[in-house]
Design a protein around this ligand. Sequence first.
Ligand code: GDP
Length: 182
Amino acid sequence: MAENANVECDCMFKIVLIGDAGVGKSNILARFTRNEFCMEFRPNIGFEFASMMLQVEGKMVKVQIWDTAGQERSRAVTSAYYRGVVGALLVYDITRRETFDNIQRWLRQLRDRADSNIVIMLAGNKCDLNHVRAVQREEGEALANVEGLLFLETSALDATNIERAFQAILTQINHIKRLRAL
Ligand code: GDP
């Protein structure tokens, strides 16, 4: 069957947002799904997700994007969060060095609990705050290269690379799925 934008895929891609509290996960999700941004830091309880249909390489696919919504503050994200995950946006804040230093720990958790084929994008968020940057772009790139991750700097505030980050994850997931089907 020819691929076209009206064809629904029967699969569902689950993507999680992960990283320290305050790095901008909820706002990345709000920017991507509702084109909204909130200046206040309002840590939530429990976790939330957004479901939507997105076009990936000409096909409509169901996507669920999960936000930890505060679970990470207790440093104990539940196993259910990682169940069935095919993609992750691993976020640090370019203005807070410790959030970058903690990336290795989140990465270990992801790799321990999620499928080995998971597609991971490392995102240096808040790139609109370049004047108070504490992590250089090259450091993010280098870590991503060593760990085999995709990499972008993003801003939920001005929407830089938010859509691009999710599209890149979804495209790579799609490629892996296609290869697996061969
Ligand atoms: P979470 O705990 O990782 O979900 O972080 P939030 O999305 O709640 O964001 C924490 C704080 O960072 C809030 O005050 C947001 O307004 C702010 N924030 C989030 N993303 C950005 C961004 O891209 N740029 C700037 N300047 N602030 C951001």
